[in-house]
Design a protein around this ligand. Structure first.
Ligand code: F6R
Length: 606
């Protein structure tokens, strides 16, 4: 979380810094700030809230330096006020930081005892005083940073500039991504290549433990041991990924509507559509010999993985373990011989997912990842990458990345089933044909959005909403509840339908809408019993099902009817109505749909 930029420019850089920050706002938007070297001394402008507040500040108090750093914040230590906004600085050094300095309390105590006075509640300020302290002892900036880095614990990405140094910027990466951009007589630093796309497509990614000394003429990279190392210069495709909202009011709406296209694109990467066969890339491992799949992910990506578990167990008869990465990484679970560890992540940078990946690698697992950002750390640290071709997802609430993750997971389940001899060629054809139909079926639902607008008005009045699902619809109930709470701020919970009577049923009264995700499949009858239990207690049932309402046998407050599909593909189809319900409820309530409060798109802290 938090976005970092830096520019060693040939002209004043303030406007370009803000421009780059705009493309990083997905990483946090609690506050923003920039600092530049102005005639040898450091100056900064900062503002609480969205970037537009910083822009207004810069209009009245411009900065003219050609060397500068910028930051957009997702608050971890200290409230999201201007005082805590980055860059943090002393008279000698200015720092932008993404991540957490874990030993900042010890450092603060030490430095305070030495006479440094701290102004903010942030962990970052410890870096400022640490580097200043080294400079006070007569060290040159590069040596001061080298010494300071040796004292920092935690996960961080840093951009640092110095008073009196118009042609120097230092970057450091330990646990949070950093890209260095090469221009003509200019150099750039960014949390990702998209931030730098308008300036350059020539990118060097720093690796774990790297730190870099940047000047307008080029960059020198050092590894953790201080050895000068060569990191490849790659051509980034980020410039072609810059996006706008098109005719939509929000990125989220655009991304929901892109699903037929991007799912189709993702499927075509894993299927031979003409012959209705899976055409799975080589994972460098014999699929028939995998003893167990262990899936780890966070949030929405975890729910995609949970659907994957149902699919792989059902269609490949292969045991699957799944856990949220923030738990998996600390459980020290024994992992099997010949195990495949599978990680699901839109950004490919989620700190807990990455830590679990490293644990799995250290424990002898083959590592595969389903990621949307191919240049991400998780992708780079995997033995095999299964890309989702969703394109950049800007809305903080994940939609199209989720369904593309499902598409890739469904193909993996079929590939495993086939390799293990569990599914016949005829079954493979049936399943692949079902997947190929998904984009068309989702399209048909997207042409019928009016019903969600009406329903959203009723939902917006609820204080609590329950989502129920069974089998592979259970993760969709969880995802529906997550979508609603994150963008509308209405409290919502997803439950396995059969769990209702073990506690949550106590919550039900006539004011609690209960959204039931229940495609007509072999589990429908069981879910119907749960629906009747809700009805008997006066709950307002909103049914999402292609089943005839007569089969439900009780009054419904509303009935959304998705198209009939193969049981394999129902999670993909039913994901869309829960997204639309959340979206329209949030729009009706007037929340900030694309940038909901307290959230960020890329979660690089633990
Ligand atoms: C919710 C959402 C988050 C992410 C989670 C993992 O809409 O987007 O729950 O799914 O933070 O992020 P990635 O997929 O980037 O690892």
């Amino acid at each position: 979380m938090c976005g970092i930029v830096g520019i060693l420019g040939s002209k004043p850089v303030a406007t370009d810094l803000v421009d780059a920050l705009r493309r990083l706002e997905y990483r946090g938007y609690d506050s923003a700030g920039i600092a530049t070297v102005e005639n040898g001394h450091l100056e900064r402008r900062r503002a609480e809230g969205k970037l537009r507040n910083l822009e207004s500040r810069l209009l009245s108090e411009p900065l003219t330096g050609r060397t500068g750093i910028g930051h957009t914040r997702w608050a971890t230590h200290g409230r999201p006020t201007e005082r805590n906004a980055h860059p943090h600085m002393s008279a000698k050094v200015s720092v932008v930081h993404n991540g957490i300095i874990e030993n900042f309390r010890e450092l603060k105590a030490e430095l305070t005892a030495k006479g440094h006075s701290f102004e903010t509640d942030t962990d970052t300020e410890a870096v400022v005083h640490l580097v200043s302290d080294e400079l006070d002892q007569g060290r040159r900036p590069i040596d001061a940073v080298r010494a300071a880095l040796g004292k920092l614990k935690g996960a961080f990405a840093l951009g640092i500039i110095f008073a009196g140094e118009d042609d120097l910027m230092i970057a450091a990466r330990q646990g949070s991504p950093l890209a260095i951009g090469h221009g003509r007589g200019e150099m750039y630093l960014g949390s990702d290549a998209i931030a730098l796309a308008p300036f350059t497509d020539a990118i060097t990614y720093l690796e774990e433990g790297d730190w870099a000394v940047m000047r307008r003429s080029g960059v020198e990279v050092f590894d953790r041991a201080g050895e000068c190392v060569t990191r490849p210069l790659v051509k980034s495709v980020a410039s072609s990924l810059l996006v706008d909202k098109g005719n939509h009011r929000h990125f989220m709406a655009k991304e929901i509507h892109e699903q037929p296209d991007v799912i189709s694109h993702t499927l075509s990467n894993y299927l031979d559509m003409a012959n209705a066969r899976v055409a799975f890339p080589d994972l460098g491992v014999d699929l028939a010999k995998i003893s167990r799949v262990t899936i780890s992910a966070c949030g929405t990506a975890y729910y995609a993985g949970l659907v994957g578990k149902y699919w792989i167990e059902r269609y490949a008869r292969l045991p699957v373990e799944i856990d949220v990465a923030s738990e998996a990484r600390y459980r020290e679970a024994p992992l099997p011989d010949s195990g495949l560890a599978l990680f699901v992540s839109q950004s490919g940078e989620t700190a807990d997912t990455l830590a679990t990946l490293r644990y799995a690698r250290a424990n002898g697992q083959r590592i595969a990842s389903i990621v949307n950002v191919r240049t991400s750390t998780i992708a780079r640290e995997s033995d095999a990458v299964l890309p989702t071709l969703a394109g950049p997802e800007i809305g903080v609430a994940s939609t199209k990345a989720f369904t593309c993750q499902l598409a890739a997971l469904a193909c993996l389940a079929i590939a495993l089933g086939k390799a293990r001899g569990v599914i016949s060629e005829a079954q493979e054809q049936e399943l692949v044909t079902a997947l190929v139909e998904v984009p068309r079926l989702i399209s048909s639902m997207l042409h019928n959005e009016e019903q969600f607008v009406e329903l959203a008005q009723a939902l917006s009045k609820a204080r609590d909403v329950l989502y129920l699902g069974r089998g592979s619809s259970y993760p969709i109930a969880l995802e529906g509840a997550l979508k609603l709470k994150e963008i509308s701020y209405i409290h919502a919970e997803g439950y396995a339908a059969g769990e209702l009577k073990h506690g949550p049923i106590a919550l039900i009264d006539e004011n609690v809408p209960v959204i039931v995700v229940a495609p007509e499949d072999d589990l429908l009858e069981k879910t119907v019993s749960n629906v009747q239990e809700v009805a008997a207690r006066g709950g307002q049932i909103i049914l999402i099902s292609n089943a005839n309402p007569e089969k439900i046998g009780c009054a419904l407050a509303a009935h959304i009817v998705p198209p009939t599909a193969h049981p394999l593909t129902n999670p993909l189809i039913y994901a869309v109505p829960v997204q639309l319900l959340a979206y329209h409820t949030a729009v009706f309530m007037g929340t900030d749909v694309d940038q909901p409060r307290n959230l960020a798109k890329s979660v690089t802290v633990e």
